[in-house]
Design a protein around this ligand. Structure first.
Ligand SMILES: [Zn+2]
Length: 395
C-alpha cells in the first residue's frame, strides 16, 4: 500500500471514529446530533476516492466542496486540514484548527484531536514551543490521545531530547500494545552516544546493551558497543561485530572498516578476507563483500586476484559505481593505465559522485549514504540501498 493510500485509510478511520464518537455522545445526551448528512454528498465520496488514489490536491478540492454545503462537518474539516498540511499549506491548516477550537459543540475527543493536529501544524511550521503547548493541552483534554503523544515524541526527537522521546515512546507502546523495540533501541543508542560525549562510558555501554536487548536489529548499537573496545580490546570488539553480522548480514558492510581494524589489532588481518569470502559464499550478489575483499587483496599486493573478484561483482551488479571505480584503481595498481587514464581516474575519485545511493522506504528520500534516521520523514531504520538496472530485477 502506498503512503498516501495508507494515509487515506487512516484519515477515513479517524473520520469514522470521530463521527461514531459524536453520534454516540449525542445519543448519550439524548440529543439528535446528526452530522453525517455530508456523507451523502457525491463530493465526499469523490474526495475519499482521490485520497485513496493519492491525489491530494483534487481530494482537497472535492472535500472543500463538501464543506461549502456542510461548513460544520467537523470530520471533513479535520481531514481537509490534515491534507492542507500534507501539501505544505500549513497556515491554512492552522486556520482551520483554530476555527474548530473556537467552537463550543466539540466532543472531548474532537477537541483533543484538533489540539493535537494544531500541534503538528506548528511543528511542521517550525514553531516548536507552540507545538509543545498544543500537544500538552491536547493531553490535558485527553491524556490518552495517541496523536498528541506521538507528536510530543517527534518534537523531543527533533530537539535531540532522546530520554524524553524514549519515555513517551515507551508509553505509546504500552498503550497501543505494540512492539516498538526497534525505535526504542535507536533512541537508546542516541542516549548512549550522548553519555559517551559527556564522558560516561559506563552509562553509554549500558544504553547500547539495552538497545540490543530491545531489538538485535539495532545495528548502530553493535557498532557503538564495538567502538568502545576497538582500541583497548580488539578481540572483544571483533566478537561484537561478528555477532552483529550474523544477526544482519545485509548490513555487514557497515562493520567492515571497524572489523578490519579489530583484526589488525589482534594481529590476525587474514580473518577479514575469510569473513568476506564467507559472505560472498552466502550471497553471490553481495558486491560490498567482494569490494571489501578486493581492496584487502590489493593492499596485500594481490591486485590480479582483486580484479577477478571485481569483474565477478560487476557481472551481478553492473550498475554499482563503486565497483567500477574500484576496477579502475585496481587496473592502476596493476600498472595497466597510461598517464591519461590515470588522470581520468584521479578526476573521477575527486568528484562528488552519487556513488552509493540509498533511499528511504517510507518517503523515498534519497541519500548518498546509509542513514539511520530519515532527515525528511524522521522515521528510523528505513534506508535501503537503491537498486537500479538489471540487478534490481534479479534480487
Ligand atoms: Zn523518509
Amino acid at each position: 500500500m502506498s503512503d498516501t493510500a495508507l494515509l487515506a485509510v487512516l484519515l477515513a478511520a479517524v473520520a469514522g471514529l470521530l463521527a461514531g464518537g459524536a453520534w454516540a455522545a449525542g445519543r448519550r445526551r439524548g440529543q439528535e446530533r446528526q452530522r453525517p448528512a455530508f456523507r451523502s454528498s457525491p463530493h465526499y465520496a469523490e474526495g475519499l476516492h482521490c485520497l485513496a488514489t493519492g491525489q491530494l490536491e483534487p481530494a482537497i478540492h472535492e472535500l472543500d466542496k463538501v464543506l461549502r454545503d456542510h461548513p460544520d462537518a467537523v470530520e471533513v474539516l479535520q481531514v481537509v486540514s490534515h491534507l492542507y498540511r500534507e501539501v505544505g499549506k500549513v497556515e491554512r491548516a492552522i486556520e482551520i484548527h483554530r476555527g474548530l477550537l473556537g467552537r463550543k459543540d466539540l466532543t472531548r475527543a474532537e477537541r483533543a484531536h484538533a489540539l493535537a493536529s494544531l500541534g503538528t501544524d506548528y511543528r511542521k511550521a517550525g514553531f516548536l514551543d507552540r507545538a509543545g503547548l498544543a500537544y500538552a493541552e491536547a493531553l490535558e483534554v485527553d491524556p490518552r490521545n495517541l496523536h498528541a503523544l506521538a507528536g510530543q515524541q517527534k518534537l523531543h526527537e527533533e530537539q535531540r531530547q532522546w530520554r524524553e522521546a524514549y519515555e513517551i515512546q515507551t508509553r505509546i507502546a504500552r498503550m497501543r500494545k505494540s512492539d516498538d523495540g526497534l525505535v526504542l533501541g535507536f533512541l537508546q543508542v542516541e542516549m548512549g552516544r550522548e553519555a559517551l560525549r559527556a564522558g560516561r562510558p559506563d552509562a553509554a555501554e549500558e544504553a547500547f546493551r539495552t538497545a540490543l536487548s530491545l531489538d538485535r536489529r539495532v545495528f548502530p548499537a553493535h557498532l557503538a558497543l564495538a567502538g568502545l573496545w576497538l582500541e583497548r580490546e580488539p578481540r572483544r570488539a571483533a566478537q561484537v561485530l561478528e555477532s552483529a553480522i550474523a544477526d544482519a548480514p545485509e548490513r555487514a558492510y557497515l562493520a567492515f572498516a571497524d572489523l578490519q581494524k579489530a583484526y589488525a589489532g589482534c594481529a590476525e588481518p587474514s580473518r577479514f578476507a575469510a569473513l568476506c569470502e564467507r559472505l560472498v559464499g552466502q550471497d553471490p550478489h553481495d558486491w560490498r563483500a567482494r569490494l571489501a575483499l578486493a581492496r584487502h587483496l590489493r593492499d596485500e599486493g594481490r591486485a590480479g586476484e582483486a580484479l577477478g573478484l571485481l569483474l565477478r561483482a560487476l557481472e551481478a551488479n553492473p550498475h554499482v559505481l563503486l565497483v567500477h571505480l574500484e576496477v579502475w584503481r585496481t587496473l592502476r595498481a596493476l600498472g595497466a593505465l597510461g598517464p591519461e587514464e590515470q588522470r581520468y581516474v584521479a578526476t573521477v575519485e575527486e568528484s562528488a559522485l552519487y556513488v552509493d545511493p540509498h533511499i528511504c522506504t517510507a518517503c523515498r528520500y534519497r541519500a548518498d549514504d546509509m542513514l539511520w534516521r530519515c532527515p525528511h520523514c524522521h522515521e528510523w531504520s528505513t534506508f535501503v540501498e537503491e537498486r537500479v538496472g538489471p540487478a534490481a530485477a534479479q534480487r
